[in-house]
Unconditional design. Structure first.
Length: 147
């Protein structure tokens, strides 16, 4: 009788683990370099600024419009500039911006965001995320796609 109960308990545990795995899928691990053509016409929302998070309700974006160009919003000002993408190697800039002044916290985040974009060296897709790595070894900028 005890072996039967033990088998039933093990089966129940296995079903619980399988159920949890479907709720929490593993990290994709499928890191890939998107092509310029696959990015064209997409817009992305900044979710994490090199490991420092972002201000709530502040829209810092990055858009891939016409070939070889990027644009977006830093949080306060609009920007646009040139883009070169070869494999996963990325270069942005020079970036030009409008010159509005906003609250100090917004301006600080925008300054850090634009500096990180200017220092971009590598672009990859990791599951739903678009990651832009700089050359400093800091965590990447992390974006989600906007609809």
């Amino acid at each position: 009788m005890k072996s039967w109960l033990r088998s039933l308990s093990l089966a129940a545990c296995a079903l619980m683990v399988a159920g949890c795995q479907s709720l929490y899928p593993p990290a994709s691990g499928a890191v890939a370099a998107p092509t310029a053509a696959s990015l064209q016409g997409t817009r992305w929302l900044l979710e994490d600024l090199a490991g420092r998070g972002v201000l709530d309700r502040l829209q810092s974006t990055l858009a891939f419009g016409e070939p070889g160009r990027v644009s977006g919003q830093g949080g306060c000002n609009l920007f646009n500039g040139a883009m070169t993408l070869e494999g996963d190697r990325l270069a942005l800039g020079p970036l030009v911006t409008t010159r509005r002044a906003c609250e100090p916290a917004v301006m600080d985040q925008e300054t850090r965001y634009l500096a990180a974009l200017a220092g971009a060296r590598r672009l990859v897709r990791d599951g739903p995320w678009l990651l832009i790595h700089g050359g400093s070894g800091d965590p990447p900028l992390r974006f989600t796609q906007m609809r």
